[in-house]
Ligand binder design. Structure first.
Ligand SMILES: [Zn+2]
Length: 263
């Protein structure tokens, strides 16, 4: 059964920058354009691929092809435009309903990310300086003070992560982009994030992976901290979502490929 999808409506509701971010395309701002390697032909020339956010368009000089955000999504994921539109629509709607429901969110972090978002990279975050690595609630999860300190994690008694063990989340370059809040209750593995933060593109601990290594996929960040205590100091990653989508697995495959790593 085919159903009608309004492409124009999608383009009004989502920006090409958002799609660039979803697809984890790394681009640099050059004037009013974003430039980088083409994610479609997977080239290495960082000037081939251009996004013009004002026009909502992309173009690759090598592929000699361009278009709007729906075509970008379709071409990067090797699906047709109608399927791409359907997936984008699903993401927009998920984004509206499935956000963490915390009321004590930091409004300033939402503001700063709005202004900086756009080049596919999340803005760097300032580390929280009040996290308690020696707190009983950290130990209750089987995490030693040493390990918590190594990762910069700790129990938060205030702020967005209040009442949670806050674990720093980095992008692949090692820039702090968020905190994941783990409940002190060991059986509750649902992670809390600041409002508006989409954890799905993140591969946790990816910045500690070495090229040409065998990488392990852990269940969640806590398992990575526990593994560290048992001598596994790098080359172990996890997703931050409870369900893992095929798209996320695709991102992991691309990441492993980039580093010449394997699972
Ligand atoms: Zn290309």
């Amino acid at each position: 059964m085919s159903s009608f999808i309004d492409f124009d409506e999608i383009k009004q509701r989502v920006s090409i920058n958002q799609v660039v971010q979803w697809l984890d395309i790394r681009l640099e701002e050059v004037g009013d354009q974003l430039r980088g390697c083409c994610p479609i032909h997977k080239g290495t020339n960082n000037r081939d691929f251009v996004v013009t956010p004002d026009k909502g368009l992309f173009y690759c000089f090598k592929c000699k092809e361009g278009g709007d955000l729906i075509k970008l999504y379709a071409n990067v994921k090797f699906i047709d435009q109608k399927s791409a539109a359907a997936e984008i629509l699903k993401r927009i709607d998920i984004g509206k309903t499935a956000r963490p429901k915390g009321r004590e969110q930091a409004s300033n972090s939402a503001k700063s990310s709005d202004s900086k978002r756009g080049n596919g990279k999340l803005p760097p975050l300032k580390p929280l300086d009040y996290l308690l690595s020696e707190h009983n609630n950290v130990q209750a999860l089987g995490i030693s003070q040493d390990t918590a300190e190594t990762f910069g994690a700790g129990f938060a008694t205030k702020g967005v992560m209040r009442g949670y063990i806050a674990i720093p989340v980095h992008d692949r370059e090692g820039t702090l982009v968020a905190y994941a809040g783990r409940s002190p209750n060991p059986s509750n593995s649902t992670l809390k994030f600041a409002k508006g933060f989409d954890p799905s593109p993140i591969i946790f601990n990816a910045h500690r992976c070495e090229p040409e290594s065998v990488v392990q996929l852990a269940h969640d960040p806590l398992e990575i901290l526990q593994a560290y205590q048992n001598g596994v100091e790098s080359n172990i990653v996890a997703f931050l979502t409870e369900d893992i989508s095929p798209w996320q697995l695709g991102q992991l495959a691309v990441f492993l490929d980039d580093l010449k790593c394997r699972l």
